[in-house]
Design a protein around this ligand. Structure first.
Ligand code: NAD
Length: 456
């Protein structure tokens, strides 16, 4: 028996013992996880620096701090969330009590990507633990140092029949997907998402797919240009643009393009200096393949500023491209790097049509002072989630569900939604024994008249 099958079988057996069911057990495990992560925080920062050149600040703000916040939220709300919830009962089932009970799913498989390797593994894992499940975790092969460290941490605090981690590439993923799980939680690209969903469909295994895509930014003529430029540059160049909810491209009102470009350049220089390639705050591109891919997107397009690359450090300067047309290579795929194309529009409706004619994005950002424009964009464009007059920060609120729609994913998590996602809601009707209304039983005679009164 392959090691994965053996672990999966052990997890199934462990789950069946009921050990993971008590809320007290789950809380103890969450605390154990948080304590160990705190103890190894320095190692996590080091690993994130090794994999992606993240600064301490960025590592804490976008990975470690988010994981702590999520675990704290789950610990605080778990007990009340797991309580059975009463709902009203219709007269037709008089005199019943109706309620729901949350139950764990069983064994879940969590597959995560390399761009926020720590956060995108630990946040779903915390949700799985809070939900009372056992978990098999498969982090990305590309973020080697962080993946290795997470495996070490997991193995140091959890027995593998409860939580296990496997490193590896394509073969490991394929072998793991052969197993039968109670849920697969996948974060990655839409292409691999399709492979995962197809495999899961063979056994009707539910999947949560946290995918990506091209997330648009609308900037209309009423926008506060300076603040827009600052927040947009921050959201775009965070993690060198390797963020699933990074602004992918800008649709800007023709009238404000010039001041926008100037402000973007100024704000970007303020953050990363006039020689960004030597800034310690600019992360690197994960590997050579992605470095060359992103570099290829810059070539041939008009560069408003930036555009320099350093092969040795695998860094690419924050780059803005203008003017960009729909048919340019940079508009054909998710950029996932520090390159921001700007397209201009003459009318907002034209820009809205542009977005509606494409796959539903994971995020959408609007920079505007016009309530009318904001409402129009929100009403007409489908997207996972987003911000008004900011970028990226919506995913830092554990009270907001985080997930995509259509090509950008299905299902959501974070905070309360993680508890919903990693549990099943069982519906129960408890009937009274002291009364048994005879309406439903044959012979029916003229009972339909009463039925018509009751069921209107
Ligand atoms: P990816 O899809 O290439 O890889 C994700 C995971 O799938 C990794 O663990 C990888 O090892 C595994 N994998 C790769 N090929 C596989 C295959 N053929 N069969 C089975 N498993 C396979 O994605 P990535 O390059 O690691 O990450 C970038 C993508 O992820 C972008 O599209 C980005 O938008 C998206 N993303 C989404 C979110 C989100 O929360 N929605 C977060 C981060 C990244």
């Amino acid at each position: 028996m392959a090691i994965y099958e053996e672990t999966l079988e052990q997890q199934r057996r462990y789950f069946r013992t009921g050990a993971t069911l008590p809320v007290s057990f789950r809380k103890t495990m969450l605390r154990k996880l948080k304590d160990e992560l705190k103890r190894r925080e320095g190692d996590v920062i080091k690993a994130l620096h090794e994999d992606l050149g993240k600064s301490d600040f960025e590592a804490y703000a976008t990975e470690i701090g988010i994981v702590y916040g999520e675990i704290s939220y789950l610990l605080k709300h778990l007990s009340s969330f797991m309580r059975k919830k009463k709902v009203a009962s219709p007269i037709t089932i008089f005199k019943a009590t109706s309620y729901t009970i949350r139950e764990p799913l069983g064994t879940v498989l969590i597959m995560s990507p390399w761009n926020y390797p720590f956060q995108l593994t630990m946040v779903p894992l915390a949700g799985a633990i809070a939900g009372g499940n056992t978990a098999i975790v498969k982090p990305s092969r590309y973020s080697k140092a962080t993946s290795r460290l997470m495996k070490e941490i997991i193995e140091s605090i959890f027995p593998k029949e409860y939580v296990a981690a496997f490193e590896g590439g394509h073969e490991t993923n394929t072998a793991l997907l052969e197993g039968r799980y109670d849920m697969i939680f996948f974060t990655g690209s839409p292409n691999v998402g399709k492979i995962v969903a197809a495999k899961a469909a063979e056994t009707l295994t539910p999947t949560v797919l946290e995918l990506g895509g091209k997330s648009p930014v609308f900037i209309d003529e009423s926008a506060d240009i300076k603040l827009t430029a600052r927040r947009l540059a921050w959201g775009k160049f965070l993690n060198a643009g390797q963020t699933c909810v990074a602004p992918d491209y800008v649709l800007a009102d023709k009238k404000i393009v010039k001041p926008l470009l100037e402000a973007l350049e100024k704000e970007t220089r303020k953050m990363f200096s006039s020689s960004p390639l030597s800034s310690p705050d600019l992360p690197k591109i994960i590997n050579e393949r992605h470095f060359e891919r992103i570099r290829g997107l810059i070539g041939g397009s008009r560069t408003a500023f930036g555009g320099e690359c350093d092969k040795d450090t695998q860094k690419i300067e924050p780059t803005v491209l203008y003017p960009v047309r729909e048919e340019d290579p940079v508009m054909q795929e998710e950029i996932f790097g520090p390159v921001l194309p700007i397209l201009e529009y003459e009318s907002l409706d034209e820009a809205i049509d542009f977005v509606r004619g494409r796959e539903k994005p994971l995020a959408l950002y609007v920079f505007s002072r016009s309530r009318k424009n904001i409402s129009r964009i929100h009403a007409l464009c489908a997207f996972g989630g987003g911000c008004v007059n900011d970028a990226v920060i919506h995913l830092s609120n554990p009270r907001l569900p985080f997930g995509g729609v259509g090509n950008s994913g299905m299902g959501s998590y974070h905070g309360r939604m993680s508890l919903e996602t990693f549990t099943h809601q069982k519906s129960i009707v408890k009937e009274a024994l002291w009364i048994d209304l005879p309406v439903r039983y044959a012979p029916f005679g003229k009972k339909i008249r009463l039925l018509r009164l009751l069921m209107r």
